[in-house]
Design a binder for this molecule. Sequence first.
Ligand code: TRP
Length: 443
Amino acid sequence: MQKRSHWSNRLAFIIVAIGSAVGLGNIWKFPYIAGENGGGAFVLVYLFCILLIGLPIFVAELYIGQKAQHNAITSFAILEKKEKSLWSMAGWFGLISAFLILSFYSVVGGWIIDYFYQSVSLNFADKSDEQIRMMMTNLFSSPGKQIFFHFVFMSLTFGIVIGGISQGIEKWSKILMPLFFILLTGLLIYSITTPGFQSAVEFLFSFNTSKLTASGILEAVGHSFFTMSLGMGAIITYGSYLSPKENLFGTAVIIGFMDTLVALISGLIIFSVVFSYGFDPASGPTLMFQTLPVLFAKSAMGQIVAMAFFGLVLFAALTSAVSLLEVIVSYFHESLEWNRKKTTTIFCLILFSLGILSALSTNILAEFWVYKKMTFFDFFDHITSHYLLPIGGLIISLFFGWKIPNENIAAVIKNKFSLNLIVWSARLIAPIGIAAMIINSLL
Ligand code: TRP
């Protein structure tokens, strides 16, 4: 057997894991679902979900991968010291989720590439609000454009993953993530100077519980999985390339904190613009594509900001897409014993084809309902966030809480309070929360 590749050190793991967690979920999805669910009330529930569900499951996945040193499916059997384990089911669900998520994720990644290209070619300059809105309509109504940009995004992801762990994923994350954070800071400073900043802060942080709805809570639970890359073995897979000696709890806290911070900052940036120009905060998935370009067209610095913004959303999206692809590649690479080149090539082709269904969901297939008025795009997004990731997370949580001997966990989480928080969240709080959510959304 080949020797397993590893990240260079703990910092490298932190960078790639933040790269995985921070993505379209933070910059595109979080602001629009917060907007749709009334802002502050949603944010409060979301913060609780990160602490009581996201953090323990992150620790669980990291523990499983780091100890087993195998892919997201085989790892369960290794830890149970059995030939086959029923718990591996979490890995199988995960594999299905990885295909579905990456297929629509890459389409949104494609939109970002188009917007990046538009900003580099200075196409936002001197346009009216209406014209900018039309740019989005044009993109959405064109099957050719959508498929083309989806192809470009998939190819970039392919280009990184084919390089492997240290020469591909680690190397690129170390370039893309620092750039990302520099720009995010710049944009935050900029947004503080806009007239809408105050309203943005109030919108996101006035915790008005009367606005809380059942569907908002469900959305928050589901999103806590999505945003921290949990419930499908991405962190098991990344953890399996981390040396078993490295500290795990502190690492999980850093990543959860950074991911949440980026979501909140993105929310502040986007809502500052929304309130400065009187847009509708609840406008849904198109929020980012309608609001920011308008701002960019208006301000003098706007052209540069636009390039930087879409460039960096692209970086964040790429480092996340890479982690989704790595779950698939690592499993098939190890189980079929194909080499990395062949595995990556074949699965990228499959993913590209599957993504076409989502690329056509805003045009040719816009009226094709897979289920209850959902297009393929909506359906893939919905069943992964609302069912597959939570179910995967539930299994992982129970496995970690009940199957791993307490003293083994105590050996890696030295602080008593943290240990109890994690173990009891994994055993009871997270499973009950997830189960309640699944039952509720089925009813
Ligand atoms: N967390 C990423 C984001 O917020 C998306 C992502 C990457 C993901 N890997 C994942 C979601 C694994 C669920 C599972 O954009």
